[in-house]
Design a protein around this ligand. Structure first.
Ligand SMILES: [Mg+2]
Length: 307
């Protein structure tokens, strides 16, 4: 197995994205459907923790682990990672179809069959492949023109056979890679470039049409209005989730705290929306942009020391 020369450096930034994702996930879960009071609650100070993460982070941990071990996505290994984490902790808030697919993999069925037969054979177009992929985008940030897209596709296919489910993963992985690559650029310019690059590299379809709509929506638009135009994940599909997430991440690329507040205010699939935004914004804004008390409150991953 060939790990890239700068494997440690790549993992380091995948880890930053993973932490941004996990904090976003827990934040979104805590404040879900309390958009109206979210800002006030944050300003008063959120609870000390642990802030428990959900399925979004559990699956992102699976992606991270495969990259740590292999330096690329082996879908068989990834399917085992997902299935094993689901077996150990089934109550992390997995969606109905994810539960069906993971149970079938645990029962010995191939991921190809399990993922391919979802929704009567069309495959899932849910936002689940996108929600876990930001750390992968970080890991392959310098491979935007070579293998990033192929790796994102491999990571998605284990559970999402529908092309929209896969497009969502390509879009979010590209956004994460761009957030890292654009760090030196002023925010306003970086936001425009990020959205354009994601649009250019997302396959044709509904998700891509939504991204074009996000590019045209001014950043001064209120989150609730933006959600009405772009979707907010209420339908838990990629086209209903990814355009709004990209818009919200681009809008607040340099401010992790503000990014999450504005994202949760839009309601919808709050934990997943915030997980994706957090996994992207952390890469541009850096760890220092994540409030220290939030970092301390985050539930530790199974391989981390408990505080
Ligand atoms: Mg979740």
């Amino acid at each position: 197995m060939n790990l890239p020369d700068n494997h440690t450096e790549r993992l380091e930034r995948a880890r930053l994205s993973l932490e941004g994702l996990a904090i976003g996930d827990a934040f979104g879960e805590m404040l879900a459907y309390q958009g109206a009071s979210a800002r006030e609650r944050v300003e008063r100070g959120l609870m000390a923790g642990p802030w428990f993460y959900t399925d979004d982070t559990a699956m992102a941990l699976g992606v991270f682990e495969v990259l740590r071990l292999r330096g690329s996505i082996d879908p068989n290994e990834l399917a085992l990672q997902f299935a094993e984490r689901f077996r150990r902790e089934p109550e992390r808030g997995y969606g109905t179809m994810a539960r069906v697919i993971l149970r079938r993999i645990l029962a010995g069925e191939s991921w190809q069959r399990a993922a391919g037969s979802a929704f009567g054979g069309t495959g899932s177009m849910g936002n689940g492949a996108a929600m876990r992929v930001a750390p992968l985008g970080a890991y392959f940030a310098e491979d935007l023109d070579t293998c990033l897209r192929a790796e994102a596709v491999l990571s998605a296919g284990v559970t999402h056979a529908h092309r929209e489910g896969i497009s969502g993963a390509i879009a979010i992985a590209t956004a994460a890679a761009m957030a890292w690559r654009l760090r030196g650029m002023p925010k306003a310019q970086a936001a425009i470039e990020l959205l354009q690059t994601v649009y250019d590299r997302t396959p044709d379809g509904e998700t891509r049409i939504g991204i074009a709509r996000a590019q045209k929506l001014p950043f001064f638009t209120a989150p609730a209005i933006a959600a009405r135009v772009l979707g907010n994940g209420s339908a838990v599909t990629a086209p209903d989730t990814v355009p709004f997430v990209l818009w919200s991440a681009a809008k607040h690329l340099d401010d992790y705290r503000e990014a999450l507040i504005d994202t949760v205010i839009a309601d919808g699939d709050c934990d997943t929306n915030c997980a994706m935004v957090g996994g992207i914004v952390a890469l541009y804004a850096g760890r220092e942009s994540i409030p220290e008390d939030w970092q301390a409150a985050r539930e530790r991953f199974d391989w981390e020391e408990k505080p």
